[in-house]
Design a protein around this ligand. Structure first.
Ligand SMILES: [Zn+2]
Ligand SMILES: [Zn+2]
Length: 344
């Protein structure tokens, strides 16, 4: 089968590999029907994910059909259409039991697929701890509708959940890339009084105003002033920082009103400064970290009910054998790309 493989820093290539087989009784083999490319795949390509293992198949966003299951897999059966979770987790350790599956202490735990073990930009993938890692897709939900459930949409859902948003709040979301838009969709479910999206790309601002016309839009340069003008208490009640640009952490806490919650979803390339003397008296609460991807069933239900629709994010579609071209477009943000679906 064909597999898009991490050869070495700076180089991915489509190679020929054996179809994976079950190793543990908790494994499942999934026939990938649709996958996608994530910014984290580019981080691997650029060598900024040291734990990524050369030789592995990349890709951690995918849906497919269960092809084989180990004897301890009970959550899904052969033939089920499923979403694959970006995180591998045991469901049994202290962290899993508290919903902090990102911190699962299993040796397989965390981001394994398409990083430490073979991932999904291929035809078949072995999913460890499949009882936790797979969720059945409801019959009325298409593969494209379910494609982002295990990764970017899980991230947006988690970010909105931990931000404790109320209907009185003005929520500022910084960044309208794929994760920013997924975050926006999940914030909208909380029905806050106002949502402001700050995005530097005019193309992406146009995308937001076209699809979500009730959202207020601003640019990083005008954000501070705009938020003061368009909020009730001199700043945003909730700030979700999804951009991860060099100055967006500072922008996030500056735009927050006193006693606000600032949720950091972004993954930065550099250390960030927390200038405590300058923010003294602002009494902010910061929430940081990586997605706890344990709400996939709930997210699938919301998609089934028509409350979340991420299909407008799929701007491009390519077959697996044209994945190099897809990466070129995604990496260079050509042609208005938001997300690319890779089909088999
Ligand atoms: Zn990802
Ligand atoms: Zn665990």
């Amino acid at each position: 089968m064909k597999a898009y493989t991490y050869i070495e820093k700076g180089k991915f290539a489509l190679t020929e590999k054996q179809k994976p087989t079950l190793i543990e009784p908790t494994d499942a083999i999934v026939r990938v029907t649709l996958g996608s490319i994530c910014t984290s795949d580019l981080h691997i390509k650029h060598g900024s994910v040291p734990r990524a293992v050369p030789g592995i198949t990349v890709g951690h966003e995918m849906v497919g059909v269960v092809d084989e299951i180990g004897e301890k897999v009970t959550a899904v059966k052969v033939g089920d259409r499923v979403t694959v979770n970006v995180e591998t987790f045991c469901g049994e350790c202290f962290y899993c039991k508290h919903g902090y599956v990102n911190n699962c202490t299993s040796p397989h735990g965390g981001w394994a697929l398409g990083c430490r073990i073979d991932g999904g930009q291929t035809e078949y993938v072995r999913v460890p701890l499949a009882n936790q890692g797979l969720n059945r897709i409801p019959d009325s939900v298409t593969d494209e509708q379910a494609l982002f459930v295990g990764d970017v949409l899980a991230t947006g859902f988690w970010a909105a959940r931990i931000s404790d948003i109320t209907e009185d709040d003005t929520v500022l979301i910084i960044g309208a890339g794929p994760t920013g838009i997924c975050t926006l969709l999940c914030v909208m479910l909380k029905l806050p009084k106002r949502i402001i999206v700050c995005e530097k790309s005019e193309e992406r601002r146009r995308f937001v105003s076209k699809h979500y016309p009730t959202v207020l839009l601003t640019t990083p340069e005008e954000c501070n002033e705009f938020v003061v003008k368009n909020s009730d208490h001199g700043g945003a009640d909730r700030v979700l920082e999804v951009a991860g640009a060099p100055n967006t952490f500072e922008l996030a806490w500056q735009c927050a009103r006193p006693n606000a919650i600032v949720t950091i979803v972004a993954l930065y390339d550099e250390n960030q400064t927390l200038p405590l003397p300058r923010m003294y008296g602002k009494n902010l609460t910061f929430k940081t970290g990586g997605v706890d991807g344990c709400d996939c069933e709930e997210v699938l239900k919301l998609i089934e009910e028509g409350k979340i629709d991420t299909t407008p994010l799929i701007t491009h579609r390519f077959p697996l054998n044209e994945i190099e071209k897809a990466y070129r477009i995604f990496e260079n943000k050509e042609d208005g790309v938001i997300k690319i679906a890779i089909h088999n």
